[in-house]
Design a protein around this ligand. Structure first.
Ligand SMILES: Cc1cc2nc3c(=O)[nH]c(=O)nc-3n(C[C@H](O)[C@H](O)[C@H](O)COP(=O)(O)OP(=O)(O)OC[C@H]3O[C@@H](n4cnc5c(N)ncnc54)[C@H](O)[C@@H]3O)c2cc1C
Length: 288
């Protein structure tokens, strides 16, 4: 299928992009990698009158480590996956990227596009939640930072206005010494996951967990933290509470049933994945 007619503009700066968005505010969309937007337009599920292409804006692309890790919004998935800086700072990001679509999708799709698209089944929003990411959002006259916990509002909806763009995602804490685990269950490799878990934990010399983040995808309209499980794990030896933490995560969530899986199945998978992730972190520190 082909999209409805639209006008196209290629912005060269963030200021130009946000000014164009402001000018066409009623029916405009940012175009990044196009891996989600173009299929929606081809199926006529989205019919923007104007597309503002942001992939030519140099300042939006790139990976920088400077105490924190900053990934520019239009950095392609494949660049994140292959980045040594990303792997050294937070190997869980690279591990999760391997589950994002297929080579073609990862070659065109952008890190910021996945975050801004806010698909609750997507790997990257769950990573952003698990790693306490900070989103930099630019509008026509100002820039602001939004905490991950406030950014994802509901399915395909974020805390961004029509005239704003996501410019970068910042991860404040290095995870080179943290334990981590990423797992998901999808019907086929490269499909969106039915349920996924991104977990990180810090453990002291006595083997006691001092900090834990467990984020689940595919179980709600936004990625959710399994807070009851996190509270149990902190102050404990992870392996000893893994099974109970999985049960707490299962009890906390209230997923819907759909064409892909029933609510009961998603709850059971979430329990199993949280338990598996914690057991990984207890025994070998990481799972890929
Ligand atoms: C066959 C297939 C399989 C896929 N499998 C997976 C998968 O398993 N996991 C997964 O996570 N994703 C998957 N995807 C989606 C892919 O990861 C996309 O790259 C991603 O969802 C969107 O990124 P994009 O750069 O292509 O954004 P686009 O498609 O260009 O844009 C998506 C939406 O985000 C908005 N947007 C994009 N960038 C910005 C920005 N910087 N600021 C403000 N708004 C912005 C657009 O206006 C649009 O509404 C798949 C896609 C395909 C086609």
């Amino acid at each position: 299928m082909k999209p409805a007619p639209f006008k196209y503009a290629k912005a060269e700066t963030v200021a130009e992009a946000t000014a164009l968005l402001d000018q066409h505010a009623d029916d405009v969309k940012v175009l990044a990698g196009g891996q989600s937007l173009i299929p929606l337009m081809n199926m006529r599920l989205a019919r923007p009158e104007v597309l503002i292409d942001i992939t030519g804006i140099d300042e939006l692309s790139g990976i920088e480590v400077n105490g924190a890790l900053t990934i520019g919004a239009t950095t392609r998935h494949v660049e994140v996956l292959r980045s040594n800086e990303v792997r050294a700072f937070a190997p869980i990001i690279a591990a999760a990227m391997r589950h994002v679509g297929h080579v073609g999708v990862r070659t065109r799709g952008t890190f910021g596009g996945s975050v801004a698209h806010a698909d609750p089944a997507s790997e990257i929003p769950a990573i952003v939640i698990a790693l306490d990411g900070e989103l930099t959002v630019a509008g026509p006259s100002s820039e602001r930072t939004v905490a991950a916990a406030d950014y994802f509002v509901s399915t395909f909806t974020t805390d961004m206005e029509e005239n704003e763009i996501l410019t970068a995602v910042r991860f404040p804490y290095p995870l080179d010494r943290a334990r981590w685990s990423f797992h998901e269950v999808a019907r086929r490799h490269g499909d969106f996951a039915l349920v996924g878990v991104a977990a990180v934990a810090e453990v002291d010399d006595a083997g006691v967990c001092t900090r834990a983040r467990i984020a689940l995808s595919g179980v709600s309209d936004v990625p959710v933290r399994a807070t009851a499980a996190e509270e149990l794990v902190v102050g404990s030896t992870i392996g000893e509470v893994a099974a109970e933490a999985g049960r707490l995560a299962e009890r906390q969530i209230d997923p819907g049933s759909d064409f892909h899986a029933s609510a009961e199945y998603r709850k059971e998978v979430a329990r199993a994945l949280v338990t598996r992730a914690l057991n990984d972190m207890a025994t070998k520190g990481e799972a890929r």
